[in-house]
Write a protein that binds this ligand. Structure first.
Ligand code: PMP
Ligand code: GLN
Length: 382
């Protein structure tokens, strides 16, 4: 009997984050690869989880999420971005932003539909589009600023364009969308049925006095957008895997048809905790300053190294050019870095649809100062 299955995704590899994390662990490297903090969340947050467990918040949450959390999110979005979402019918709590991205893409993309994706891209987008039968149309962003070439977007739009996927602050480049970008996008999508997914998981990790420009804040764009975010980045709780999607009712109705059969509902006690914690806006409004000092510390520590840092305006990722050190392709360079120098980073090429020859890798600086110091000492010796 042949029990091998015919792969639905024959060309797909395991995610670079899974591969590099494993390698990093095997070699006990200082891990600046996958994006997660190596420090704990606020103890009050952990205490609240324990209280909610004891209070019996242990059974299924409602399918779209507990209402107090959706209400707290609606209030937060209104306060920060001036946009109104009905918590009953327009906000859905998901198992991380990953599930929200999957649900939004599968709810909207039909066979043969085109989806505009900017590269470098967060690695979850293209496989899900392809799995849904869609065709990614890749538009490259150029270093060092990685800004969107709107003229190229205009040319790429066709009758088959179903979705445009945006990500700001942008993983892995740390670039940001500005008001002018949204005006361009509004012009291009006006009069079309193109929908937008806006991945805003790093919305509070933004530096140098800049402000996050949410798609929610632009009424014409809000009407056609799934705005997705994640509590994991905001509260240093990536392992709790809770995120959400805000979208107008007709979009949310379709989104929930997918969500209900991926997870049905999400971790109940953690939803109660976030609902309570969102009342204290200082916890997320100070996040930019917190990570800006880590970005600046890491840059100072690498000043005497041969790595060249690219601009970073948001997220907790620092792109660095290693061209002065080696001619190796990025994946091999990262393997050497882990095995010979004991520091793990993420190569940039998995964020592209085609092989690239850039000598750029990504470091995560969401780490204790001691971890950054230890990594930098090793990096400066190279
Ligand atoms: N989008 C981007 C741009 C990310 O970097 C990540 C992961 N960190 C996600 C989505 C997934 O978020 P989550 O961990 O909440 O699923
Ligand atoms: N978003 C995280 C990163 O970019 C990783 C999340 C994951 O492992 N899927 O590093």
């Amino acid at each position: 009997m042949n029990l091998s299955i015919q792969s639905k995704m024959p060309d797909l590899q395991f995610s670079v984050f899974a591969v590099i994390s494993q390698l990093s662990e095997r070699h006990r490297a200082v891990n600046l690869s996958q994006g997660f903090p190596d420090f704990n969340p606020d103890p009050a947050l952990v205490q609240l989880v324990s209280e909610n467990l004891k209070q019996g918040k242990n059974q299924y949450a409602p399918m779209p999420g507990i209402l107090p959390l959706r209400q707290a999110l609606a209030e937060k979005i209104e306060k920060l971005y001036g946009a109104t979402y009905d918590p009953e019918s327009e906000i859905t709590v998901t198992a991380g932003a990953t599930e929200a991205l999957y649900a939004a893409i599968t709810a909207t993309v039909h066979s043969g539909d085109e989806v505009i994706i900017f590269e470098p891209f967060y690695d979850a987008y293209p496989p899900v589009v392809q799995y849904a039968g869609g065709k990614p149309i890749f538009i490259p962003l150029q270093p060092p600023n990685f800004s969107i070439p709107w003229q190229r977007v205009k040319q790429a739009v066709s009758k088959r364009t179903r979705l445009i996927i945006l990500n700001s602050p942008h993983n892995p480049t740390g670039s940001l969308l500005g008001k002018n970008d949204l005006a361009q996008l509004a012009g291009i999508t006006d009069g079309t049925s193109i929908l937008i997914i806006s991945d805003e998981v790093y919305e509070h990790i933004i530096f140098d006095g800049r402000a996050h420009v949410s798609l929610a804040s632009y009424p014409e764009l809000r009407e056609r957008s799934f705005v997705i975010s994640s509590f994991g980045k905001t509260f240093h709780t990536t392992g709790w895997k809770v995120g959400y999607c805000a979208a107008p009712k007709p979009l949310t109705d379709e989104f929930r048809k997918i969500h209900q059969f991926i997870t049905y509902a999400v971790n109940t006690p953690v939803q109660w905790v976030y609902a309570a914690f969102l009342q204290q806006d200082q916890s997320y409004l100070q996040l930019g300053d917190f990570y800006q000092s880590k970005r600046d510390l890491f840059a100072r520590l690498l000043e005497n190294s041969r790595f060249k840092l690219l601009p970073c305006h948001g997220t907790y990722f620092q792109l660095t050019d290693y061209g002065a050190i080696s001619d190796l392709p990025d994946f091999e360079f990262v393997e050497r870095l882990i095995k010979e120098h004991g520091v793990a980073a993420i190569p940039l090429s998995p964020f592209y649809s085609q092989p690239t020859h850039q000598k750029i890798i990504r470091f995560c600086f969401a780490k204790k100062d001691e971890t950054l110091q230890q990594a930098a000492e090793r990096l400066c010796r190279i």
